[in-house]
Design a protein around this ligand. Sequence first.
Ligand code: ADP
Ligand code: 5GP
Length: 203
Amino acid sequence: MSKRGLLVVFSGPSGVGKGTIIRPFIQSHPNIKLSVSATTRAPRPGEVDGVNYHFISKEDFEQMLEDGELLEHAVYSGNYYGTPRGKVEELLDEGYDVVLEIEVQGAQQVRRRCPNAVSVFVMPPSFAELAKRLTGRKTESPEVIERRLAIARREMDLAYEYDYILLNDNIYEAVEKLGTIIEAAKCTPKHMRDFIDEVNQNA
Ligand code: ADP
Ligand code: 5GP
């Protein structure tokens, strides 16, 4: 593989189904990798260090930040989250497309720093359905769910900043449509610049 891969920002309110979409999607697309973020939040039951997240201390996170090792970062619901830059660059250079599953503040930073990235915002069919999913997941306390729903209202106001909106009503359709979005993003002149220039230089 030689052509640099596409950076994909994948956001949406907590509980909308980002993880549920991205897991089967990555499995069926070997050329697309999911970046593993660093976070200071505690692992949920079943989450594995180095797979779901790099679970690190606040001190270690702040050190990474100071050393410039993070492509973007944010504080979400009282915890730090950030994308380790080195691994993402390595994968892009190898030609893989890389998905960053990150919240809205991080997405704004990536848009500024990486203008070639494509951004996708996942929306629920309704706010009531979002609340139902977040509650039904049974991984957070009622207080944490309330806090996440309050953040969700603010996040969904920022949907217009994204390149694409992915409605997660039917999960199978959502997984399928994510593939379509990425394919479409790769057909833009911005992403095809090297090819266009090469053809035109030899015309
Ligand atoms: P996120 O990663 O965005 O926080 P999850 O992927 O953990 O969200 O999904 C939250 C809950 O919603 C999970 O229990 C999941 O099974 C459920 N869910 C996800 N997508 C759908 C869907 N299309 N229809 C119904 N339930 C869904
Ligand atoms: P959760 O605690 O549910 O795993 O994640 C909470 C929020 O943090 C989600 O919106 C998730 O997308 C976001 N998030 C996960 N990793 C990162 C990251 O590296 N950077 C940023 N900015 N947000 C992240």
